[in-house]
Design a protein around this ligand. Structure first.
Ligand code: NDP
Ligand code: GDR
Length: 349
């Protein structure tokens, strides 16, 4: 039976990846760091599986990584652990560095010292491109990023990710490690952390939907920069790509994205439209504190290489993604309010 270790198993992607690997017959060691509250809310499905083992650990603790890898003797190690919130990284640059850059290096060093070396996966980020892009036709209309676009990171998080990305490539070249780094563009889901833009918006929309039905008012949605553009995909599609990469004969880096870019405002408008609100501006206010000292203005990936060599294509469209997230947040609210009108029928614009 194949064995895999997932660092970052309690996060959005870690939870989907653990279910995906269990579905493929793996034994999965999911690593969770110690916390004063239960942080396994995303893992009920995996925790019910006898082939899933939850173990304590932390990527900043090299000795613990060594003990786990020596004991479990995994075939594959997935590093999804990170301080992954860009805005937070400006407030906590050192912590972000220790987890997101040093944590990756700690795992690579342990693998380097092992006799039977597992395959290694590093979750790199489109944030590494920062404000850089290439042009297809030179007229600015078709700007994109791919595996060859130069990095110009714009946050402590992106700098840490770029360091981990380069370390993975260096260990692959220098020590013949079977190490891959995917450049993942934004991907969201019903399990997305609540302080990321998409989930913050869909939770608000669900709350507003309920409030309108009950004749209540709620405070406005506080937002930062509405004009940044992002290439948003669906997380389960992206964890499938992670596994597909590690099954390749030759370790290469891939961009994983949808190829479509939408503004933050477009995401918000779509989410409000799910509850039949077509003029959302009355419900939002801009809070300058939510602006970042330095922003990534535009992300649109080109994943032709992953299409060609992995046969990977995203299954979920932008419109489906927004709808899934809003529907899920409304259903979560509904569990406590069984008798409300389904949102499709609510005429509250
Ligand atoms: P999340 O923030 O949801 O999950 C991060 C995970 O890392 C959590 O399980 C968290 O644990 C864990 N973690 C944090 N610090 C440590 C530590 N010191 N030791 C061990 N584990 C730790 O991120 P996502 O699931 O969205 O993303 C997964 C990976 O992919 C991350 O590395 C992220 O940077 C990267 N990525 C994500 C993209 C996206 O759009 N989602 C796009 C590009 C890259 P806890 O639950 O205890 O906080
Ligand atoms: P991002 O995601 O920074 O792209 O990083 P996030 O959802 O935090 O921001 C997306 C865009 O929305 C703007 N924005 C706001 N963002 C947040 N969080 N909260 C707000 O209130 C708000 N208002 C506007 C932001 O300025 C930004 O332009 C995500 C993370 O998952 C990273 O870990 C990952 O590497 C990248 O995607 C690719």
């Amino acid at each position: 039976m194949k064995r895999a270790i997932i660092y970052g198993v309690t996060g959005q992607d870690g939870s989907y990846l653990s279910e995906f690997l269990l579905g493929k017959g793996y034994k999965v060691y999911g690593v969770t760091r110690r916390s004063s509250n239960d942080n396994t809310a995303r893992l009920p499905i995996s925790l019910n599986n006898k082939r899933f083992k939850l173990v304590q650990g932390d990527v900043t603790d090299p000795a613990g990584i060594y003990r786990l890898l020596s004991r479990a003797k995994p075939h594959e190690v997935y590093n999804l652990a990170a301080q992954s919130h860009v805005w937070t990284s400006f407030n906590q640059p050192s912590t972000t560095w220790d987890i997101t850059a040093q944590g990756c290096l700690n795992i690579l060093e342990v693998i380097r010292g092992m006799q039977k070396k597992p395959r290694f996966y590093q979750a790199s980020s489109s944030e590494m491109f920062g404000d850089n892009f290439d042009y297809e036709y030179g007229d600015g209309e078709d700007a994109y990023q791919d595996e060859l676009t130069a990095f110009n990171p714009q946050s402590p998080y992106a700098i840490a990710k770029a360091a981990a990305h380069q370390a993975t490539a260096l260990y692959r070249r220098s020590y013949k490690l079977f190490a891959f780094a995917d450049i993942l563009f934004n991907h969201e889901s019903e399990r997305r952390g609540e302080t990321f833009l998409t989930r913050k918006v869909t939770k608000y929309v669900a709350e507003l939907h309920m409030a309108l039905l009950e004749g209540r008012t709620i405070p406005k949605l506080r937002l930062g920069n509405l004009y940044a553009e992002r290439d948003w995909g669906y997380a389960p599609d992206y964890v499938r790509a992670m596994w597909m990469m590690l099954q390749q004969e030759k370790p290469l880096d891939y961009v994983i994205c949808t190829g479509e870019s939408h503004t933050v405002e477009e995401f918000i408008m779509r989410a409000f439209q799910c509850i039949n609100i077509y003029e959302y501006r009355n419900y939002k206010e801009i809070d300058k504190k939510l602006y970042r000292p330095s922003e990534v203005p535009y992300l649109r990936g080109d994943c032709s290489k992953a299409n060609r060599l992995l046969g990977w294509v995203p299954d979920t469209t932008f419109e489906e993604l927004v709808k899934k997230m809003v529907t899920n947040d409304i259903q979560n609210r509904d569990r406590h309010h069984e008798d409300i009108t389904p949102f499709e029928e609510a005429g509250n614009s």
